[in-house]
Write a protein that binds this ligand. Structure first.
Ligand code: MIG
Length: 682
């Protein structure tokens, strides 16, 4: 059952697709403070807080893409989409806000969705271990309680909730293949080299991502004529080789006389404005930019149709970046900072002033002051950005999603396009997936990525994955291999890294061995690209399983990745196991995420069959009984646990996804395990 209450005047975020009458609409503080909401929450309108008492055995799951573990109890999380590349335990928010959580004692569960697009704090037993508090900036919200339809397990709650918010985005099937990316491919030849090297090594590859360098001076919907001359031909050339190019789109539009997107935006009033009516200026990659007002229907339609510039050149997928939106600085704030800096000149900076001075410059990016200084035209009203901050990435991606519908209609096709975004809010899951942003090449971030998956899936984001081998900092070969052994199970499987960090294309590590990029001559003849190839091939062999389970989850409003707690109700060991995942209905994974380890402890929640893969055609298997086991997994070995009696559908890997599909196969047939070449069951 779904119940709804409304407090004061909420903003219609567009996240919910089912109209539900609120059973109560509170319009005065007194009414609210006197009520017990959903028989559980007490309100304190002066503190703008709702709170409830958590029982000792209650766990809290959800809140989407955040730091820390799957059970959120014991920390505060803020809904405040932020471009923060340091995903450490002390943080409170990353790029996304998914304000849906479940409270469960392991048997019964109830879900809560707080539909509120501004800054919101979830204190989940942080201040007081026995209390969950939701602290609002303004007490205007729609709040839903979801208790299940006959069944009240966490998974049943998720399904009911997802019915409320609509079906998840489904990408084209090639988007389940492997994608190579790096911020640093600056020319067509750089991209060709990636394709050549993977081809030479026999590693399957479906896509190569284009980061900001393909554009002319970071201008959206342009291509650089010198570095990428003949973009259309280049796209076709790569497609012929079986590789799709996936360009990035940034949220900010460069201010430049004569640049059509800028000129049109100004002329039609499509940009976000300051209080005085002037267009708001911030600086990001291209220097000064304006932000399209994606919340305004006309502006959204206009920006969305701009994707045609690339669609018409044969592009079939995109990633939307910097859409929190990230702000390097605003002119106003920068000016203030420069003025203040004057005051420090010639001063003897002491314990107080030194840190003041240092912080002054440190606060120019993503500053709350800037987020309060521009406005949207949303549902015909002028709304200050901070009140709807967490919707910006959602509406940018919605712009693209709606435009793809129009494009399909105009072209008379039903072709799907790849779309995923960095920033998100519930509702965006209908238009695209997400990647988990700028993680680091740290072992702890393999675990973080695993722990982020269920929360994202709960709120509808099924097409998701992390930057494999890590985005920031320098990777190592063993980290890349272990991370890949996890990422082959994520629907979005992409190796991506930051400009200036150590390279991490899988062939690179052998280049180092051979003395390239390495002053010391090679010490070994061992080639590891073969191991990487075998792991990537295993992904392709698993595609019938991955794709059919993904499609089942999308169609049934279900989860593809689940915590063990959702599967083994009442099993307290399962509930405490947060470094393993259920993948689809029949599989459990337990990736190794520690350096120099040749195995790991695994909690096996029921008698299972363990497959230990060195390659899709080289594996051993054994029966493992319910209980704790130390399971060996050498650096090139991937562990898969299957429910007993289940036969795993398995295909012969090809050079890309298309090559593994029979002529005439459709999305539906493939979801039903028909139309894969050489399908067998193991
Ligand atoms: O602030 O486009 O998360 O994937 O490589 C950096 C450059 C901007 C952030 C994205 C990252 C991308 C990078 N972008």
């Amino acid at each position: 059952m779904i119940r709804k209450i409304t407090i004061n005047n909420p903003i219609d975020t567009g996240s919910v697709v089912k109209e539900i009458e609120p059973e109560r609409h509170f319009t005065t503080d007194k009414e609210l403070d006197d009520a017990t909401l959903f028989e559980r929450f007490a309100a304190d309108s002066a503190a703008k807080t709702l709170s409830l008492v958590l029982k000792d055995d209650e766990q809290v799951y959800g809140l989407g893409e955040t730091v820390r573990g799957m059970n959120k109890r014991g920390w505060t999380y803020t809904a405040n989409n932020s471009d923060d590349p340091d995903h450490t335990e002390g943080k409170h928010s990353l790029y996304a806000s998914q304000n849906f959580f479940i409270i469960t004692d392991g048997k019964k569960a109830a879900g809560y969705y707080v539909d509120y697009p501004g800054y919101l704090t979830f204190d989940v037993g942080y201040t007081i271990h026995e209390e969950l508090r939701i602290i609002f900036t303004d007490l205007d919200a729609d709040i839903y309680e979801i208790t299940g339809d006959g069944e009240n397990s966490p998974r049943a709650i998720v399904r009911e909730f997802r019915g409320l918010t609509g079906q998840s985005y489904i990408p084209p099937i090639w988007a389940f293949g492997f994608g190579q990316s790096r911020w640093g491919y600056r020319t067509e030849d750089d991209v060709r080299e990636v394709a050549d090297r993977y081809e030479k090594a026999g590693v399957p590859l479906d896509s190569i991502y284009l980061d900001i360098d393909y554009m002319e001076r970071y201008k959206d919907f342009t291509t650089d004529d010198e570095k990428f001359p003949g973009f259309r031909d280049f796209t076709a050339e790569m497609k012929k080789r079986g590789i799709r190019l996936v360009p990035i789109i940034d949220a900010g539009v460069k201010i430049e006389k004569g640049y059509d997107v800028y000129e049109e935006g100004v002329k039609n009033g499509y940009f976000c404005r300051k209080e005085n009516g002037e267009n708001f200026t911030a600086a990001v990659w291209p220097g000064r930019v304006h932000f399209p007002d994606f919340l305004n229907d006309d502006a959204r339609r206009w920006f969305g149709d701009k994707y045609r510039f690339l669609l018409d050149q044969g592009i079939e997928g995109f990633w939307n970046d910097m859409n929190e939106p990230a702000i390097f600085y605003s002119d106003e704030h920068l000016k203030e900072v420069f003025e203040k800096i004057e005051d420090y000149k010639g001063k003897n900076l002491d314990i107080n002033t030194f840190f003041e001075f240092k912080d002054l410059v440190g606060t120019i990016d993503n500053n709350p002051v800037d987020y309060r200084s521009f406005y949207h035209n949303f549902h015909g009203k002028n709304i200050r950005h901070d009140k709807v901050h967490n919707l910006f990435g959602f509406y940018m991606t919605r712009a693209a999603g709606e435009a793809f519908d129009r494009y399909r209609h105009d072209k008379g096709t039903d072709k799907r396009y790849l779309m995923f975004s960095r920033s998100s809010y519930i509702g965006m899951h209908r238009y695209g997936g997400v990647w988990t942003g700028d993680n680091k090449s740290w072992w702890s971030h393999i675990l973080l990525a695993m722990q982020q998956m269920p929360g994202l899936n709960m709120s509808g984001f099924l097409y998701t994955g992390s930057d494999t081998a890590g985005f920031g900092d320098d990777t190592t070969e063993d980290l890349a291999m272990r991370w890949t052994e996890f990422s082959i199970f994520t629907p979005l499987f992409r190796n991506h890294s930051c400009d200036g960090t150590r390279k991490q294309e899988y062939y690179y590590f052998d280049d180092v061995r051979e003395g390239k990029d390495n002053p010391v001559k090679a010490h070994t003849d061992t080639r590891h690209i073969d191991d990487f190839r075998k792991i990537v091939e295993l992904r392709y062999a698993l595609l019938p399983y991955i794709y059919s389970e993904f499609m089942k989850a999308a169609k049934n409003y279900d989860m593809y990745f689940r915590p063990l707690a959702f599967e083994y109700a009442g099993d307290t060991r399962a509930a405490e196991t947060e470094d393993q995942l259920m993948v689809g209905d029949y599989m459990m994974i337990a990736p190794v995420y520690k350096q120099n380890a040749n195995g790991r402890y695994v909690y096996v929640p029921e008698d299972m069959r363990l497959l230990r893969f060195r390659a899709f055609d080289d594996y051993d298997e054994e029966e493992v009984a319910k209980g704790d086991h130390y399971v060996k997994a050498g650096i090139n070995e991937t562990l898969i646990f299957l429910k007993k009696g289940y036969k795993l559908p398995f295909a012969a890997p090809g050079k890309n996804v298309d090559s593994m599909i029979e002529d005439g196969a459709t999305e539906d047939s493939l979801s039903e395990l028909k139309g894969w070449k050489n399908l067998q069951y193991i």
